[in-house]
Ligand binder design. Structure first.
Ligand code: HEM
Ligand code: SF4
Ligand code: SF4
Length: 515
């Protein structure tokens, strides 16, 4: 499993580098696959509602109404039909990439299982929506799908009279089952929307909207595609004739040719066993036990910043239990916490500017304490060579180990978002380093979802606790890159070193001035 993840990671890193180069890091579609899934869903829903205004739900008139939509009203309903189809196809593509990417990044294991197992039934619903949609056109493709699907459904012991009998010939054609399909094509997306909502319930500040430039670019591409290559039907269904050949939509219907190969009941077995194996992925093999943060009530003033910043909604603010004069205290839900440490980075009491004995913040991970971080920062200062002295604060997921060999001192933590901004001030103002570099995952694609966002906002003074204005920004560098970008990371470090060496020497004195 680990080998498969590594291979996928390398492939994604290569593809992402190309997209980074052409789209820019913040608009790289690979970083927004989940959000693009939502976006395509809304396009499909909006175009579907428009189409429904002109669609005739009776089996005898359905084909004619779709022809009217496609040809007579090509400039509006026709474009909507194409958008409906292409956005549905795009949904399948982004969802499959999304699954593979989350799997390769291991963002499904242990306490992060929830999004994965709610994703499995989502897959079923995506297909249910797509297949029932193709059915409604009632062309020769729909005829093929209707017969193959009803024969497949007839292998279940629930139906008294075989459903396939509805489609034996024109004389036996029953509108009942067709109407059921219309109903399912409306009902399944509603259930799908509910599942999509459930899917992100363990994510605080879930990203359900792609960046504006990416959204506009994607919409324009879909409209151009719809104009150049409009979606059309494949000739009316005729149950008295077996369709000789049909063009399949391989995104939704690739499974149909397999139905001829896999016999009756075994198809259900494959589907059920496949879904069970997929659902078990988060525990194959079980994740290691992790330490969750400890709240120190003597140092927690109930400000709620950790609650705002936790990417997994694992902190709640509860009435004070220790009789202190503050109204609230932070409480960690260990079932939801993934031990990213981001809450420590947001706690105003997490500061190294204190005596060692007093360095216990309101919240911290027992195996990555703020006191240790301070110790490591001071130790780093002892180990520099002749070049510009750079401390790199980095995370377990950015592959920065090799930068140690380049003369920098690397201090690793679960997520860069765990670093309280006061540490940057501490390292520079106490002259432990000439420069500080924060090296984390690609922008908008933090392993723990929001660590890079919060860090950037703290540096820019947009999010508490912010980096004090007195900190010389010329001596601070950020390097947000995808895992596996070691060459680009080395280049960032080298550029920063050259930049630092060109700066005038630091003022020796530390003046006490207020921001
Ligand atoms: C309609 C289909 C889907 C949509 C629209 C969708 C959307 C999303 C969104 C918006 C996020 C949160 C991104 C963030 O804020 O960081 C997410 C996360 C995730 N999704 Fe999906 N998803 C879909 C299907 C699936 C499927 C089929 C699977 C797997 C079987 C899956 C697995 C995951 C995982 C593992 C995460 C990350 C959880 C974490 O960070 O802890 N998703 N998805
Ligand atoms: S360690 Fe991360 S997931 Fe756990 S409570 Fe803190 S911010 Fe939330
Ligand atoms: S950020 Fe710190 S002080 Fe504020 S509520 Fe959380 S633990 Fe308490």
């Amino acid at each position: 499993m680990a080998f498969l993840k590594r291979i996928l990671r390398i492939l994604f890193a290569r593809a992402e580098a190309v997209f980074d180069w052409s789209f820019g890091q913040s608009n790289n579609p690979f970083s927004h696959l989940g959000a693009l899934g939502w976006y395509f869903f809304w396009i499909v829903a909006a175009s579907g509602i428009y189409l429904y205004l002109f669609f005739d739900t009776g089996i005898t008139d359905a084909y004619a109404s779709v022809e009217y939509i496609t040809n007579d009203q090509w400039y509006a309903a026709g474009i909507m039909r194409s958008l409906h189809r292409y956005a549905s196809d795009a949904l399948v593509i982004v969802v499959f990439l999304h699954i593979l990417r989350e799997f390769s990044l291991d963002r499904l294991r242990g306490k992060r299982f929830f999004a994965w197992i709610t994703g499995v039934p989502l897959l079923w619903f995506i297909y249910m929506c797509g297949i029932t949609g193709y059915w409604l056109v009632w062309d020769s493709l729909a005829q093929y799908i209707a017969i193959a699907t009803s024969e497949w459904l007839d292998t279940l012991p629930f139906f008294g009279e075989p459903i396939a009998n509805n489609f034996l010939n024109s004389a036996t054609l029953g509108g009942r089952f067709f109407t059921l399909m219309v109903f399912m094509h409306i009902f399944a997306p509603l259930l799908m929307l509910f599942l999509m909502w459930l899917h992100i319930q363990r994510h605080a500040h879930a990203r359900v909207n792609p960046p504006r430039a990416l959204a506009i670019g994607t919409a324009v591409t879909l409209v151009v595609l719809s104009l150049v290559y409009p979606a059309v039907s494949q000739g009316p269904a005729n149950l008295d004739v077996v369709p000789a050949s049909v063009n399949l939509d391989w995104y939704y219907l690739a499974v149909y040719p397999l139905l001829d190969v896999i016999p009756g009941g075994q198809r259900w077995l494959v589907l059920v066993v496949g879904s069970i194996i997929l659902s078990l992925m988060p525990w194959l093999p079980p994740a290691k036990k992790i330490w969750t943060p400890v709240v120190s009530l003597q140092n927690c003033n109930g400000c709620g910043r950790c609650f705002d910043d936790c990417p997994f909604g694992a902190i709640s603010m509860e009435p004070r239990s220790d009789g202190a004069s503050f109204a609230l205290e932070a409480v960690v839900d260990t079932d939801h916490c993934v031990s990213c440490g981001i809450c420590t980075g947001s706690c105003p009491t997490a500061t190294p500017f204190r005596r060692t004995s007093a360095i216990v913040p309101g919240i911290e991970l027992p195996d990555y304490t703020v006191a240790d971080l301070r110790e490591k920062t001071m130790e780093a200062a002892q180990n520099f060579g002749d070049e510009a002295r750079i401390i790199i604060y980095t995370c377990d997921h950015s592959g920065t180990e090799e930068l140690r060999e380049n003369g920098a001192q690397v201090i690793t933590m679960p997520c860069v978002g765990m670093l309280p901004p006061a540490f940057i001030d501490f390292a520079l103002s106490r002259d432990f380093a000439d420069g500080v570099m924060l090296a984390g995952c690609a922008e908008g694609d933090c392993y723990y979802r929001l660590g890079d966002d919060w860090t950037n906002q703290r540096i820019d003074g947009k999010r508490d606790p912010y980096l004090r204005k007195r900190v010389d920004r010329d001596r601070l560098e950020t390097s947000w890159l995808p895992t596996g970008s070691s060459r680009r990371r080395e280049r960032d470090l080298q550029d920063f070193r050259t930049w630092l060496e060109g700066l005038p020497p630091k003022e020796p004195k530390r003046r006490r001035n207020r921001d």
